[in-house]
Ligand binder design. Structure first.
Ligand code: AHR
Length: 528
């Protein structure tokens, strides 16, 4: 599927110049109609005690030969710092539904070994609350903890939040101090259960709502910076956000109806979760390498279903919350493929190809287009599991194509969405037809207009004219991610096949035409 023009991009070492302008566009950036802020937490991550997601992926222990800071591997930290991970969801996933936080605090040699029943593993509990907070702090991310509503209790969850966040000399505060952290942590998001209609205990929506009320009224951050002492439990601007489970339409309806109808100051929620994976066909059967155009086009078609799903869920929420006070939190999403041959299937380890990077960019564009309602997402999962940023093998580490999309999209964190209008063209394979080019625009915190453009077509390059009303652009500067094949991957033992390359395009006679190679993601800012 490699087109001739691809080699032009790949062989130029430093800077890729624009091709002769042949414009199917134009794409108009409607600078006069700014939209909502694209919350930086939309670029969040998830990390679960599953396979090698934590152990070996993040945690190697203080005595490891692999360079680490307090047991957390330094290569992984430095890679994650570079993509400015805003928030991490932990400890699961289904693992959270059975997790007892008490097992993961105190001297490490006194911690119990427990059973991680969901994922068929022994859990050494070496990585617990303080290690997670240390990790989040090392990478510069906020904490999103999911509390256990399934096998836990309100008291257990409330104690956990007190242990993490209280600054008054309670017994739990003293315990945290003696565990090495006298200062209270901040917890930005609290997940009120995980998949409660499934691995969380197959609860009916009405049962869940009753549980939710108890947890949402009693489990909160006590950090004084987040919860200033006030009557009637008023919540300040930095209060922790409570994320309810919104597994399916019935859950959403029940939770939002209860939220709208509640007359009491005692409980509320600030977010509602949505989990949605892209399987590329039947669950866990589509290979992550060595696939053809049918599987490429099929997976991207499935990816685009996220747009309709979010619109539909958002409309359901609008019924009770037309002002969009409650955020839609897509706290599990990603490409979920067949486990790599030779690996434990419960480890959910898969390769990550250019196709996955393209799928990531399409999802991020969808989330940005719905930034008025979607205010956090958490791709599953950060290291070694499903659509990860990073793969490790003992001391080796490799950055995936999806990692590079996150790196290229950093300027969109907290940027202001700008609507665009353009004809994206069509890409067809067999009976699958998709828009050829997907794009978003935003004004970054740096004041620049940024564009992200994905050319889905695996065989045909595109030239697209960029039109900025009022402030014509003289050049576009940024990076392009592509490769010779849609199933190209990065491996431990060879130089990366999928890595961004610089791109600079100058306007000619006042006309700016961007060249988008086939199967590529391009992120540029416009120079006035
Ligand atoms: O991310 C893997 C699993 O998928 C999570 O544990 C669960 O919440 C979801 O079903």
């Amino acid at each position: 599927m490699a087109g001739a023009a691809i080699s032009v991009v790949l062989t130029l070492p430093a800077i890729v110049l624009a091709q002769t302008p042949v414009a199917p566009g134009p794409l108009t950036v409607q600078v006069g109609r700014p939209g909502p802020v694209i919350n930086r937490d939309i670029f969040g991550q998830m990390s679960e005690h599953l396979g090698q997601g934590i152990y070996n992926g993040i945690w190697v222990g203080k005595d490891s030969k692999i360079p680490n800071v307090r047991g957390i591997r330094s290569d992984v930290v430095s890679a994650l710092r570079a993509i400015k991970v805003p928030v991490v969801r932990w400890p699961g996933g289904c693992f959270a539904d059975n997790y007892n936080w008490r097992d993961g605090v105190g001297p490490s040699d006194k911690r119990p070994v427990t059973l991680n029943a969901n994922w068929g593993l022994l859990e050494p509990n070496a990585f617990g609350t303080n290690e997670f907070m240390d990790f989040a702090n090392q990478i510069g991310a906020a904490a999103y903890v999911a509390v256990n509503i399934s096998t836990g209790s309100v008291q257990q969850a409330s104690d956990w939040l007190e242990y993490m966040t209280v600054d008054k000399p309670t017994t739990l505060e003293k315990e945290r101090a003696s565990d090495g952290h006298p200062a209270p942590y901040e917890v930005k998001y609290i997940g009120m259960g995980n998949e409660m209609s499934g691995c969380g205990g197959a609860m009916s929506p009405s049962d869940y709502v009753e549980h939710l009320k108890l947890y949402a009224s009693n489990v909160d951050s006590r950090n004084p910076d987040q919860a200033p002492a006030s009557l009637l439990r008023q919540r300040g601007p930095h209060a922790a956000m409570r994320v309810a489970d919104g597994t399916d339409d019935d859950y959403i309806d029940a939770v939002m109806r209860a939220w709208q109808g509640h007359q009491s100051w005692s409980w509320s929620i600030e977010g509602l979760s949505l989990h949605h994976y892209t399987w590329g066909g039947a669950a866990m059967s589509s290979p992550s390498t060595g696939f053809g155009e049918q599987q490429y086009a099929g997976l991207l078609k499935e990816t685009m279903e996220m747009e309709g799903l979010i619109a539909q869920r958002s409309a359901l929420m609008d019924k009770y919350d037309p002002k969009k006070s409650v955020a839609l939190i897509v706290d599990e999403w990603g490409v979920w493929l067949k486990p790599l041959p030779g690996t434990n299937p419960l480890f959910l380890r898969q390769q990550n190809s250019l196709r996955d990077a393209i799928a990531a960019s399409l999802n991020l564009n969808i989330f940005a287009r719905h930034a008025d309602r979607v205010r956090m997402t958490n791709i599953a999962q950060m290291v070694n599991v499903l659509q990860s940023m990073i793969l490790t093998d003992n001391a080796k580490m490799v950055l995936t194509p999806t990692y590079y999309v996150y790196k290229m999209y950093v300027p969109f964190q907290d940027a202001q969405f700008i609507p665009i209008s353009f004809q994206g063209g069509r890409y067809s394979f067999g009976n699958i037809t998709l828009q050829k080019v997907d794009a978003i625009a935003a004004r970054g915190k740096d004041g620049k207009i940024w564009l992200a453009l994905t050319n889905l077509d695996p065989d045909h390059d595109v030239d697209i004219t960029i039109d900025v009303a009022g402030a014509p652009a003289q050049a576009a500067v940024g990076q392009v991610l592509t490769a010779a094949r849609v199933d190209a991957v990065n491996t431990f033992d060879a130089p990366p096949e999928v890595m961004p390359k610089p791109v600079i395009t100058q306007a000619v006679d006042g006309k700016l035409v961007l060249y988008l190679p086939s199967k590529s993601v391009t992120v540029v800012f416009l120079q006035p």
